[in-house]
Design a protein. Structure first.
Length: 136
């Protein structure tokens, strides 16, 4: 009989504790479970999302074609800004490389296949990695 009375008393103490004293910390209690490589990846992603790539002047299809042909013929490195934007309305980083070839509306830029009509701007890159408005 004594143990049953003790259990009822313990149950009441526990219930009173949760009703009046216990404060759930919510998501805070789970933060210790993040791995260091996971938090590093989250920081890197946040940094990339914070980076902004301003719009470059929109070039005509004829100007884009002329620059890409010149880059292909002279083995020049180019920087291509695509006209597409991410979900936040921001332009993506430029694609940089040499024009390896083309077929119909596809341009082969090192490891990238680029659709000609999606290109917004083409610039030549000098030996120091700087953009130039004219061929080198």
């Amino acid at each position: 009989m004594m143990s049953r009375l003790h259990q009822i008393d313990d149950d009441q103490v526990v219930q009173r504790f949760f009703d009046h004293d216990y404060r759930d910390r919510g998501i805070v209690k789970w933060q210790g479970f993040y791995l260091s490589d996971h938090t590093a990846a989250l920081k890197k992603q946040a940094k990339q999302e914070a980076q902004r790539y301003p719009a470059k002047p929109h070039q005509s299809l004829a100007e884009i074609s002329r620059r890409l042909n010149q880059a292909f013929a002279n083995h020049l490195t180019v920087s291509i800004q695509m006209g597409t934007r991410d979900v936040n309305g921001q332009y993506q980083p430029d694609l940089v490389g040499k024009v390896r070839g083309y077929q119909d509306e596809l341009i082969y830029l090192d490891q990238h296949e680029v659709v000609m009509e999606n290109i917004r701007h083409v610039a030549f890159i000098d030996g120091n990695g700087h953009q130039s408005k004219t061929a080198l």
